[in-house]
Design a protein around this ligand. Structure first.
Ligand code: IMP
Length: 431
């Protein structure tokens, strides 16, 4: 009889940047395997390890420990040049990256995808998405249009012919937008070298993940972006082009849904968003407080350095996120940032055209018109950065957490009161 493993999914509750890096790092250290299942190098995970800060974009966070297998699943889009650059930085710091595996079914993100991402954004004008310009959308577009090139082909002897055919179509597209075309021979030679460097890492990760699970491994699925950026569930069209919510785990890794044991939603103690798109609880009426929070919590994008937009806790979108993901627990981050704010607000429903609604509207213009209704709660003045348990938190802080748990119907199993590892308080062990 085979042993059953344990799989834990960590996904972003709303628009990403919830501090998943800290939680995935904490859980990753206890894991045998860390798997990315969606997105590409549009993600930005800040990991503090042995006093050093590392910015990871596509490499999974278990990379720092050689015993952990790190996997880029079939649901990812992998820019092999960006991956090699990120690995080079890690190698310089002494991390050999021999523990990284790439799905032979993952799609390859090429230079033309990045160029087309920029072109599409410019063409959208006022309706632009505010993408990271990493080529994510165009690469997933090609995947769905069955015009993508997968890792298994990229590293094979057939790559030259496939690339020639695809590049012809892509060059026609670039020419249509008056963008310089790509010389096949030069580009092929360059990518051939890249493929040689990538080849040893490419394998059947579906069997690898399932075998590990069936043999009792602890597997962490590291989410990127967030649920409101999901192509199906997010604030479309202001979304990314993949499924970063928990439903994407099975399609993006090949581990079947019945083998998923725990799903943790990472949520900030307030709400943030980068890029364009409606944001009902944005603090437009209190830009000073928004700036104070931004500075206190260094709310600037890890990938693009853009200032993040700041808002009150939006329990409407978070409740929706709980439904979509099926969270078994929440990890509430950056609680300490709220210390000293006299009155805190939690949005418990929206009003739209005189009606009360408890879920975000599908139509983006309607969502933009939603008026948040707030529960106002007393804040706390105490410095909470040194607490070790829930009971040590000031009573108003406990009430704030309890209120959010009550609205969402999901327990806060972890909370964080500062950037350091010891400032992560675990109320229920996850593994
Ligand atoms: P794309 O993923 O580059 O196509 O960008 C689409 C949208 O997702 C934009 O609003 C980005 O700002 C947002 N986005 C993509 N990756 C992240 C992330 O890791 N954190 C937060 N927002 C992201």
């Amino acid at each position: 009889m085979k042993k059953k493993g344990k799989s834990v999914v960590v996904t972003g509750g709303v628009w990403g940047d919830e501090g998943k890096g800290k939680i995935t790092n904490y859980l990753g250290e206890q894991s045998d395997m860390v798997v990315r299942f969606s997105g590409g190098d549009n993600a930005g995970h800040t990991i503090v390890f042995n006093g050093n800060t590392y910015k990871l974009h596509i490499v999974p966070s278990g990379i720092f420990k050689p015993s952990i297998k790190n996997v880029l699943g079939n649901g990812c889009v992998v820019n092999p040049k960006a991956l090699l650059e990120e690995m080079a930085v890690l190698k310089e710091s002494g991390f050999e990256c021999n523990n990284l595996y790439i799905s032979d079914r993952a799609n390859v993100l090429f230079d033309y995808h990045r160029t087309l991402d920029g072109i599409q954004e410019d063409r959208l004008g006022a309706r632009k998405i505010g993408t990271t310009k990493k080529g994510i959308g165009p690469c997933y577009t090609d995947k769905v249009a069955r015009m993508g090139i997968r890792m298994c082909d990229f590293i094979s002897k057939d790559f030259k012919e496939i690339y020639r055919d695809v590049l012809k179509i892509k060059n026609e597209e670039l020419a249509r937008y008056n963008s310089p075309t790509i010389d096949f021979e030069t580009s092929y030679q360059e990518y051939q070298k890249v493929a040689d460097a990538i080849r040893p890492m490419v394998c059947d990760t579906i069997s690898m993940i399932n075998d590990a699970y069936d043999n009792g491994a602890k597997i962490l699925f590291e989410g990127a972006q967030g649920t409101l950026l999901d192509i199906d569930f997010g604030t479309y069209p202001f979304v990314t082009s993949s499924n970063p919510s928990s439903g994407g785990v099975s399609t993006g890794s090949g581990l079947g849904p019945t083998k998923i044991d725990e799903i943790i939603g990472v949520t900030k103690a307030y709400t943030t968003r980068v890029g364009e798109g409606p944001f009902p609880t944005e603090m437009n009426d209190n830009v000073e407080l928004a700036q104070e929070i931004r500075d206190r919590a260094n709310e600037y994008g890890a990938t693009t350095k853009r200032p993040r937009r700041i808002g009150w806790y939006d329990a409407v979108i978070m409740k929706y996120s709980c439904n979509v993901n099926g969270f078994t627990g929440l990890s509430m981050m950056l609680l300490d940032v709220l210390s000293g704010i006299k009155k805190l607000k939690i949005c418990d429903y929206y009003e739209l055209d005189g009606k009360i609604i408890y879920a975000p509207s599908a139509k983006i213009d309607d969502f933009a018109r939603c008026k948040p209704h707030y529960i106002e709660m007393d804040g706390w003045d105490e410095d909470i950065t040194g607490v070790h348990s829930f009971d040590e938190l000031p009573i108003n802080c406990q009430r704030y957490i309890n209120k959010i748990e009550e609205i969402l119907g999901v327990p806060v199993v972890i909370f964080s009161v500062g950037p350091d590892k010891y400032q992560t308080i675990v109320r229920r062990e996850i593994y």
